[in-house]
Design a binder for this molecule. Structure first.
Ligand code: HEC
Ligand code: HEC
Length: 221
């Protein structure tokens, strides 16, 4: 009898959690469709950008008025791929990527806000970052052999492969070090940010490699 009840409860929990995952998938697909729709029409895009710009007042203190951030440890959002932006905002909102401020802010954004913000920032222009030319020269061959397959020769990435050209140096260094650190953690375990792809890539990088790569990436445009 007890075994039967516990089996029924297990099945109910399973059905319920599948339902939640399913509902989340539908929501994400709807946001992606909304994003594509708005980008394909000049009028809708202009409206989305105006709405996004208003919402971006919440963000400008750190990410700058036009998505060129004010601190080297805060990522630029300007020129970033909109699908990547939307995906990361969703990750902050559901807690799978962790940052105290970003988690709190993203939870309070509506689906529409998220889409408009992604479109607004994607259409701003990222400024090239000044970096050490000698370090950047060391980073160039590393980038070509290990990174360009996914992030592109010019660093602009595609869809949910982040644009990294012109990204802030300290942010890139810290992000790569964090991925490298997480590489030795079992996959189920939570961390500030997980990506099996980037963990695999960074596992073999030395501190010097990371510094050189960040210098090269920052000055790309
Ligand atoms: C108090 C400062 C602060 C504010 C305000 C803020 N952010 Fe952030 N944001 C950060 C920091 C710091 C990170 C990097 C977190 C990390 O290290 O992973 C970040 C990361 C991001 C990322 C991921 C970028 C990438 O390249 O992966 C997005 C997207 C983003 N923020 C969007 C927003 C939006 C939209 C708002 C306004 C609604 C906002 N942020 C407000 C500090 C801030
Ligand atoms: C097989 C494809 C692939 C390769 C190769 C690759 N990346 Fe990535 N990279 C990704 C993906 C996908 C993401 C987004 C991860 C996520 O969703 O959090 C990413 C994210 C990043 C980020 C974070 C961007 C941001 O704005 O937060 C940086 C920095 C980065 N990669 C640098 C590199 C560097 C440097 C190399 C070469 C040493 C490299 N990547 C090689 C696929 C790749």
């Amino acid at each position: 009898m007890f075994a039967l009840i516990s089996r029924i409860i297990t099945i109910m929990v399973f059905c319920f959690s599948s339902l939640i995952v399913y509902a989340k998938d539908i929501e994400v697909t709807r946001m992606l469709n909304d994003l594509k729709n708005k980008q394909s029409s000049t009028k809708l895009k202009q409206h989305a950008m105006a709405m996004g710009k208003q919402r971006a007042l919440l963000c400008s203190q750190c990410h700058g008025k036009d998505g060129n951030s004010v601190q080297s440890y805060t990522p630029n959002l300007a020129s970033q791929n909109p699908i990547y932006l939307l995906e990361q905002i969703n990750k902050f909102a559901d807690g799978s990527r962790k940052n105290y401020v970003m988690n709190a802010l993203s939870k309070n954004l509506s689906d529409e806000d998220k889409v408009n913000l992604a479109i607004f920032y994607a259409n701003m222009r990222v400024k090239q970052v000044k970096t050490d030319p000698q370090l950047a020269a060391k980073g160039q061959p590393l980038y070509a052999s290990k990174c360009s397959v996914c992030h592109g020769e010019d660093g602009i990435g595609k869809a949910n492969f982040a644009r990294i050209a012109g990204q802030q140096v300290q942010y890139v260094e810290a992000t790569l070090r964090r991925f490298r650190q997480n590489a030795n953690m079992p996959l189920g375990q939570k961390a500030e940010r997980r990506s099996s792809i980037m963990e695999g890539v960074t596992k073999v990088l030395s501190d010097d490699d990371i510094k050189a790569l960040a210098a090269y990436i920052g000055q790309m445009h």
